[in-house]
Design a protein around this ligand. Structure first.
Ligand code: SF4
Ligand code: SF4
Length: 189
């Protein structure tokens, strides 16, 4: 099938691009003055990074692996999120974990490793939807930048510590969680 190409002849005035550039600059200048005269709270622009934009409810930003109040990770390494992920960017390795494993025969799992390749993630929220334990959330943090590709491969401790504790406590490090902390589920059993 042929393609019809219509050649448009520019007038002498249109070929004088400097006029179009001047008109464009006029529009920019008009908005610049308008923003200067608008109160700070109503401006479109913010003084980032000193100011942070409040994201709408339901915004899907960076992931967080949730914990119980006692610090134990909620994730039970069931692989549901990994299966649901359309971008195939989650990889989990499970390990057995429970202090009751040894005495009462319970076999509880938790992730030994939990990785998300943020460069492949499309922030669809399917992992959050699929999780039966409410263990993975997409929160409202939109600050995702790094100097190299490797840093965008978030591990378990990155995902746990994406957000500071609500009481302002320092973010936990791997060494601070006891490997034998029983999860709430184990206690309930
Ligand atoms: S938000 Fe979507 S693409 Fe990203 S890890 Fe979750 S399921 Fe995968
Ligand atoms: S985050 Fe949720 S869905 Fe994913 S492995 Fe853990 S418990 Fe399962």
């Amino acid at each position: 099938m042929g393609v019809l190409v219509k050649k448009v002849e520019l007038t002498w005035w249109e070929r004088l691009y400097v006029v179009s550039v001047a008109i464009g600059m006029g529009v920019t200048f008009k908005h610049f003055i308008k923003q200067l005269l608008t109160p700070t709270s109503k401006r479109y622009t913010i003084q980032y990074p000193d100011m942070k934009k409040e994201m709408p409810k339901g915004y899907r930003g960076l992931h967080e692996l949730k914990r119980f109040e006692d610090g134990a990770i909620k994730c039970v390494a069931c692989f549901m999120c990994q299966e649901a992920c359309p971008a195939r960017c989650i990889s989990i390795e499970a390990e057995e974990f429970s202090e009751l494993n040894f005495t009462q025969g319970f076999e509880e799992k938790r992730p030994a490793t939990f990785k998300i390749d943020m460069l492949r993630c499309i922030f669809c929220g399917m992992c959050e939807e699929a999780c039966p334990k409410d263990a993975i959330w997409l929160r409202d943090n939109y600050e995702l930048a790094a100097y190299d590709r490797l840093s965008m491969n978030f591990g378990k401790w990155d995902l746990i510590n994406t957000y500071a504790e609500p009481d302002g406590k320092a973010r936990l490090t791997q060494a601070e969680e006891s490997p034998m902390t029983p999860s709430r589920r184990t206690v309930a059993l």
